[in-house]
Design a protein around this ligand. Sequence first.
Ligand code: NAD
Ligand code: MLT
Length: 309
Amino acid sequence: MNVLVTDPIAEPGLDRLREAGHDVETAYDVEGDDLRSAVADAGALVVRSGTEVGREVFEAAPELTIVGRAGIGVDNIDIDAATEHGVIVANAPEGNVRAAAEHTVAMTFAAARSIPQAHGRLKQGEWAKSDYLGTELNGATLGIVGFGRVGQEVAKKLDGLGMNLVAYDPYISEERAGRLGAELVELDECLAQADVLTLHTPLTPETEDLISSDELDRMDGGFLVNCARGGVVDEDALAAAVEAGTLRGAAIDVFADEPLSPDSPLLDVDDVVVTPHLGASTHAAQENVATDIADQVLSAFRNEPVMNA
Ligand code: NAD
Ligand code: MLT
């Protein structure tokens, strides 16, 4: 079978597909007509977050059996169109959870201690010691919005650093949150209590712009961390809130439009720390998700049950 891979995935995943006898073609940064033509004879399409797999892709791919997402979020794939075309959509929901949680912790410290800002100034030869007085995480309250795999892993790590935990997630029980030491609260309460608010929901119609100017106003001097999905936060409102001092700072890994435009207002605000969607970018995580998704493609080709479809 032909497997088309349109976002870079780790070599062991590609090897697993080749060793099973399939033809693997990599074509990165393709879109529009190029993507439609590349997928025309593909039995499987493997992507990360960089490829928009819209209805027109399914219409151009009569042989397609499965779209494999080497990672968690499937918001870049038109699931309705896949279903209508009888194509399986599968993701790799476990392999990058620890990496995403570690990046969230790193971004929390980056914001609370202004590490990138101080680093930048020292590299310019400026000893700006007196400009930076950080926020200690020990004893501060972490508000977690979305208490799934990554949210829970972040909770464990930051609980270990002495933070108090509150969580907002309408789809989990108080008992489940309580087992990890978090109090389950409504969103308003989560915003009001959080010194650091960290987002871990998928991007859905319900979570789009979940955090906008009204919600940011309620945070009153806290920090916002988003290593989940762009689009969950209104970026203009966020930039304005940090600029105005309503928030002390923010650390953002994911954006509504990626790559982030150089014109984004987030880039103009010193206390907004940004990374280019690096949450899952560790060697271990990329090997995990690449081999997991290769296994699922192989299952689909053999007409065996596909995990995480
Ligand atoms: P998950 O499905 O395990 O957990 C998501 C949680 O969000 C669930 O508990 C769900 O009940 C909750 N949720 C859904 N709608 C909600 C709402 N309206 N309000 C509050 N909570 C809601 O997913 P996960 O593996 O924990 O991943 C979380 C997010 O992180 C996803 O968006 C994923 O794509 C993203 N992610 C990003 C990176 C990165 O590179 N930055 C890496 C891994 C995961
Ligand atoms: C994910 O949802 O798994 C992340 O976006 C990771 C990625 O593929 O970059």
